[in-house]
Ligand binder design. Structure first.
Ligand SMILES: [Zn+2]
Length: 435
């Protein structure tokens, strides 16, 4: 079911320097026979007008048209120089839009990288749309995405550095959970990098690779104090103020509430939480900031504790969490100091082991917690936002096996600035061709 190529067809293709010779639908795909519009070219050696010596067919995938994959069947011209004295004999035409031996046109590769990187679409979905395999798309993401990620300018201007860990692969029956550490620009709200592992050495290596001027610019580092990063900072970022931000402190307090709830469930019911267990039913309410609870939520929380927390330990842990939150909500250092003392008195008084452990950690990091106020309460928003994006990329990637791919995709999604999508340029003046 062929049809003659036309000027309007070539307009639809809108690929610089190409025209459609014929188009047909085969197996749900557009097969477009194309050729370049260059009919007059000079020899690269002597400039004499070359003659067509024959054609060679190259098949390359382009952007979909009307939701169907597109195969360009390019009848490449072979050129020959007629000048006997010239050393150049024959050559195959070359264009910027299609690299030699490429599976995808340049623009299809760029679009694939943009969809997977910027929009966090699944590689398999993009592969399906273009009618190619997974590996071809991943290669395009690497080819077109790596230069964006490797651009040194990407890391410029970091004043507040955040460190956070996230799981890269969840534990399976045969392998433990694997972790990565994310480095975040807390003011710019972008992911700077992710390094494998959550150790001092991993962070050390990354910081060690930064120029001195870059390190000197970092004034504040916000971190999760319950990790080994802190000592890694001493060498390279000794001048910076280390703070324990709101996000990390509250995350740990929430973990304590969860631990006490589970222990209480186990002790009172003899099993882990089930859907109808009173504490299990309020597990999420327990972690919500008290001022954000609705009246109904408050009532459910009270009822759940009354029914499932006979020793009052869950309620005590919850109160401890709220008192630690108050430290961060306090305005100014003296108020924060006073709030901290209330937290200590409570935690030391109620004798809940998990909460006592939290209080010990807080004491060890007291200066860094209070420093949070001195830095004007550097935002924890970006860390939270980036954590959500990391989760999204992970979900789309179905659990990455390959760390390099995972890093590339995370950085393309929340670590680089993408140019606004390139729209069709004015076209048609001179065929841009390199013969
Ligand atoms: Zn020549």
């Amino acid at each position: 079911m062929g049809q003659q190529g036309s000027a309007s067809g070539s307009l639809l293709l809108d690929l610089d320097g190409f025209e459609i010779v014929s188009a047909q639908l085969a197996g749900g795909e557009w097969q477009l026979a194309v050729q370049t519009t260059a009919t007059v070219v000079g020899c690269t050696g002597c400039g004499v007008r070359a003659e067509v010596h024959g054609r060679r067919t190259a098949r390359v995938r382009d952007l979909p048209i009307g939701g169907r994959p597109v195969v360009l069947v390019w009848r490449k011209r072979l050129w020959r120089c007629r000048e006997l004295a010239c050393g150049v004999r024959t050559w195959t035409e070359r264009v910027a839009a299609v690299r030699p031996r490429a599976v995808l046109t340049e623009r299809a590769g760029v679009e694939a990288a943009r969809r997977v990187g910027k929009d966090a679409h699944a590689v398999a979905a993009v592969a399906r749309d273009l009618g190619v395999g997974w590996a071809t798309i991943m290669r395009a993401v690497r080819d077109h995405g790596s230069p964006l990620v490797d651009d040194p300018a990407r890391l410029q201007g970091v004043v507040t550095l955040g460190l956070d860990e996230t799981s890269f692969l969840k534990a399976t029956r045969v392998a433990p959970t694997r972790w990565v550490t994310g480095l975040v620009d807390l003011e710019g709200g972008r992911l700077l990098d992710v390094v494998a592992d959550r150790t001092k050495a991993a962070v050390d290596r990354w910081l060690g690779a930064r120029p001195r001027g870059w390190l000197a610019q970092v004034a504040t580092v916000a971190l999760d104090p319950w990790r080994g990063y802190a000592s890694a900072l001493a060498a390279s970022l000794g001048h910076a103020t280390v703070v324990v931000d709101h996000f990390h402190a509250i995350r740990l307090a929430n973990t304590v509430v969860d631990q006490v709830r589970r222990r209480t469930q186990q002790a009172t019911l003899g099993h882990r939480g089930h859907t109808h267990d009173p504490l299990y039913r309020i597990r999420k309410l327990l972690l919500i900031a008290t001022e954000q609870l609705t009246q109904r939520g408050r009532a459910r929380l009270r009822a759940g504790l009354a029914a499932g927390d006979p020793t009052g330990e869950v309620a005590a842990a919850w109160q401890g969490k709220e008192l630690l939150r108050a430290v961060y909500r306090a305005v100014g250092r003296p108020a924060a100091r006073a709030a901290l003392d209330r937290f200590y008195r409570w935690s030391d008084g109620v004798g809940v082991p998990e909460l006592s452990r939290l209080a010990r950690t807080v004491r060890a990091w007291e200066a860094e917690i209070l420093a949070w106020h001195a830095t004007g309460g550097c935002s924890n928003g970006p860390t939270e936002a980036i954590n959500l994006l990391i989760k999204k990329v992970k979900r789309v990637g179905h659990g990455f096996r390959n760390f390099a791919n995972y890093r590339l995709r995370l950085l393309l999604h929340c670590g680089v600035r993408w140019q606004t999508h390139q729209t069709a340029r004015l076209r048609g003046r001179s065929p841009r061709l390199v013969a």
